[in-house]
Design a protein around this ligand. Structure first.
Ligand code: TYC
Length: 111
C-alpha cells in the first residue's frame, strides 16, 4: 500500500486509508477540440478561447492559429462533464452568431 500519487497534499496515512477503504480512481480525461473552417472569424475563435476556456490573450491567439493552420487544436483537457459543458457552450455561442465553428471532445489515451 505505498502507491505513488500524482501531486501533493495527502499525507501517507490519508493515502493508505483511501486506498484501503474506497480505491478512488482518477477520472478519465477528455480533450476538447476546436476544428478549423473557412467562415468563422479568427476574432470569434479567440473570444471563445478567452471566455469559455479562460485562456490568456496570447495562448488564445496561438491555439486559434494552430487550428487555422493544421485543421484543429486542443482547447483544453477536462473531466467528462466539464468537457461536455465547454463543448455545449462553444456550440451555443457559434450557432447564436451563425458561425459553423465545430467543437468536439475525445477521450484521451494518455492525458
Ligand atoms: N479559418 C478561419 C478564418 O480564416 C479562422 C478559424 C480558426 C476558424 C480556427 C475556426 O477553429 C478555427 N477566418
Amino acid at each position: 500500500m505505498s502507491e505513488k500519487r500524482r501531486g501533493t497534499g495527502g499525507d501517507v496515512a490519508t493515502v493508505e486509508k483511501q486506498a484501503a477503504a474506497t480505491k478512488l480512481k482518477r477520472p478519465r480525461l477528455y480533450r476538447v477540440l476546436l476544428h478549423n473552417d473557412d467562415f468563422t472569424p479568427m476574432a470569434f475563435v479567440v473570444s471563445v478561447l478567452l471566455h469559455v476556456f479562460r485562456k490568456s490573450e496570447s495562448d488564445a491567439v496561438s491555439i486559434m492559429l494552430h487550428a487555422h493552420e493544421t485543421g484543429y487544436a486542443v482547447a483544453g483537457v477536462f473531466t467528462r462533464e466539464i468537457a461536455e459543458t465547454k463543448v455545449d457552450e462553444t456550440m451555443r455561442m457559434a450557432s447564436e452568431s451563425n458561425y459553423p465553428l465545430l467543437c468536439t471532445m475525445e477521450p484521451g489515451e494518455d492525458v
